[in-house]
Design a protein around this ligand. Sequence first.
Ligand code: FAD
Ligand code: NAP
Length: 349
Amino acid sequence: MIRTNVSLEKLNTFGLPATAAQYLALTDPAQLADPLFRRSPALVLGGGSNLLLREKVAGLTVHVLLGGVTRLNSDGQPLAAGADAGAMGKGEAGEVRLRVGAGVDWNQLVRYTLDQGWSGLENLVLIPGTVGAAPVQNIGAYGSEVAEFITAVHVWEYGYGASVLQPEACDFGYRDSRFKREPGRFLITAVDFRLNAPDYGVRIGYGAITAELERLGVAAPQPGDVALAVTNIRRSKLPDWFFLGNSGSFFKNPVVSRKVLTRLQATFPKIPAYPIDEESVKLPAGWLIDQAGLKGVRRGSVGTYARQALVMVNYGGATGQDVLRFSELVQREVLRQFGVALEREVRLF
Ligand code: FAD
Ligand code: NAP
């Protein structure tokens, strides 16, 4: 049932005031047969953790609440309709395949798989949002990205109907995918995962994970230990959106040529850079904002977070326009000081 003038304030982690002109909760794939879904809605909403909402979302907002976790066989077919994935095979060795509804909470899925003793998603713990949004920006953190574990994405293509995309067809990239590049074409209904692969070892080389494991006294880390280490690090660096509204990293890390890096190094010899390929490197946007003198800076009800400059926070009462204006100030200042353009990661509606 479509409702009108529904507040989205509690449905976006920035806590920005916005209204959906029309709102529909998608709880059953059968609803997609409605002629409504021949065209793209104005907004497909998951957990609202990567959004910058302005006052009114004109048209229809579809809130994806499709649930379900089903165990699959090695051919990707359900083992038993509606079977509880966890009831079968807790702690088993060997590959595990799952089909997960798009509306399932991402972090709950990660916790659930770790509780079963299945490895893979541990570095991606505590990322807010839904399973259906995970392929959209190919969520990643601490040296892992979700595309590594995806075997298929189930979609509804507006005007065509349901289909299944293999990973090659999703064109995954660094925090990027076809779903992001072709907005308004697909609604993701479910995602298939391959976990617990025998050749997958724990990944502890990124950032402070090793140091945190040492602090915890863990010598031979298991996936659950890595998840705990990542959880501790994230909690120490990132604001809890429940108390301080935010959408995580506001900008993407800019990718620049090695020529640009050499130019920057002449003035900023300590600039961090991570190789992407032979020609280009990734610069941490948070470092650029910090060096531009904008870490922990506040303008009215919006600011950059004191412990991670890449995160913009809503101190209470900010509107989408306030955040947008402040973010443009940050973009101008970084461009002026470094000649590097910052692109928004959050999606503007
Ligand atoms: P939403 O914000 O609701 O939507 C995001 C985009 O996906 C929109 O364009 C929306 O239309 C589209 N979308 C949503 N669901 C579907 C669907 N079913 N079908 C088609 N399109 C859909 N991201 C990372 O990559 N790594 C991190 O470590 C990370 N940490 C974060 C930490 C914090 C504190 C916060 C607030 C955010 C963080 N993020 C991170 C960003 C965010 O969590 C991810 O982008 C997440 O996948 C967004 O999921 P969501 O369900 O909230 O999507
Ligand atoms: P960080 O560890 O302080 O590092 C800053 C930036 O440098 C990160 O963006 C990261 O890029 C890059 N980096 C650091 N070590 C790297 C390495 N060994 N190899 C390649 N790149 C490296 O970052 P942070 O802000 O605390 O975030 C930690 C992780 O969580 C990152 O992976 C980050 O992407 C993720 N995260 C994402 C969001 C979001 O909203 N998208 C929000 C919070 C945290 P990468 O981002 O490419 O890893």
